[in-house]
Design a protein around this ligand. Structure first.
Ligand SMILES: O=C(O)CCC(=O)C(=O)O
Ligand SMILES: [Fe+2]
Length: 321
């Protein structure tokens, strides 16, 4: 009975298979799941509720900072990478990445396959990526949570409906209703996304990556992302490369079962989290956005800087086939 119920809670229910994009609540994050109401108290659910709570502030010292080694928790920060791959300075610069000599990678001993490359982007690149997410990636013909509800919304999603934006899909557009990626991409991914994924995967020694799908998640200050596993990609041997920009987040990573131990990680603007091998198919979630980053905009509109100072944006780069 418990196993059945758990299965219901965990089944990567982005939406029931009968749902159409139009019937989804407009402001919903794609991953929000009716399973939240299932009532089954799992280890993951307990941690999620703990960090989501607003009435009683969670103890943030239990969140792994990722900025320094902590042998007692199996946390190791190192500048030693598994490869001799050397991207050119021009290539790194074209996507706003720091020189590889300045990269630091944090791993957890008990999670082989999970990497967090901390503070990987040049200071000037954070707002550039945020700007792309808002002014380019959320624009038609890309699909967002607003597309089905506002078929007449032409250009200007950010200008007209920034506070309602929750997700955008690019490349092979993920179908939240069927949980299946179509066979053919609607469009090529923007070059900068393919380049970042290829560089990161190669430098970590995980092989080449030909990214073809992206989900951009937009998080206003009080929003969350429910527990889920990204298992719809057809080639699960490739890593999932996840970029964070804007405000910080508490990120939960568990196991393949919702009762497995869960770690809380602190993700900040410019961090790149990589899920590979045994960590590719674990439950993960974002129970809390932490507003602790202040951007000053040079050459950016006030609206964009305000957005960066109040929201988090995550870009998960995937290879479906
Ligand atoms: O926002 C994040 O850090 C995680 C996003 C995520 O898990 C996803 O898009 O599948
Ligand atoms: Fe995910």
């Amino acid at each position: 009975m418990l196993a059945r119920a758990c299965h219901r809670f965990v089944t990567h229910i982005r939406f029931s298979s009968m749902a159409t994009a139009k019937s989804l609540p407009e402001s919903s994050s794609g991953y929000e799941s009716p399973s939240e109401e299932s009532g089954v108290v799992t280890e993951f659910r307990k941690k999620f509720k703990y960090f989501k709570a607003r009435k009683v502030e969670p103890d943030m010292s239990t969140v792994i900072s990722l900025r320094e080694s902590d042998p007692s928790r199996g946390v190791e920060c190192s500048a030693d990478f598994g490869s001799s791959y050397a991207p050119s300075a021009d290539e790194l610069d074209s996507v706003g990445l720091k020189p590889v000599e300045e990269w630091t990678c944090t791993t957890l001993k008990h999670r082989p396959g999970l990497y967090v490359l901390t503070d990987l982007f040049l200071a000037s690149a954070h707002l550039t990526w945020l700007k792309r997410c808002l002014l380019e990636y959320a624009e038609p013909p890309n699909v967002t949570n607003l597309t089905a509800h506002h078929p007449d919304l032409e250009k200007g999603v950010f200008q007209k409906m920034a506070n309602k934006l929750r997700w955008a899909t690019l490349g092979v557009d993920y179908d939240w209703a069927t949980k299946v990626y179509p066979e053919k991409p609607r469009a090529e991914l923007p070059k900068e996304m393919k380049t970042v994924a290829r560089i990161v995967s190669n430098v970590l020694g995980l092989g080449d990556m030909n990214a073809d799908a992206v989900i951009v998640n937009y998080y206003p200050g009080k929003s969350t992302l429910s527990a889920h596993v990204d298992r719809s990609e057809r080639d699960l041997s490739r890593p999932l490369v996840s970029l964070s920009f804007g405000q910080s987040a508490v990120y939960l990573t568990g196991g393949t079962d919702l009762d497995d131990p869960v770690d809380a990680l602190y993700l900040q603007s410019g961090d790149v989290l990589v899920m590979h091998a045994s960590q590719r198919l674990v439950y993960h979630a974002v129970p809390r956005i932490v507003k602790d980053r202040k951007f000053e905009g040079e050459g950016c509109s006030k609206e964009l800087v305000d957005y960066a100072n109040n929201n988090r944006i995550n870009i998960t780069i995937r290879q479906v086939d």
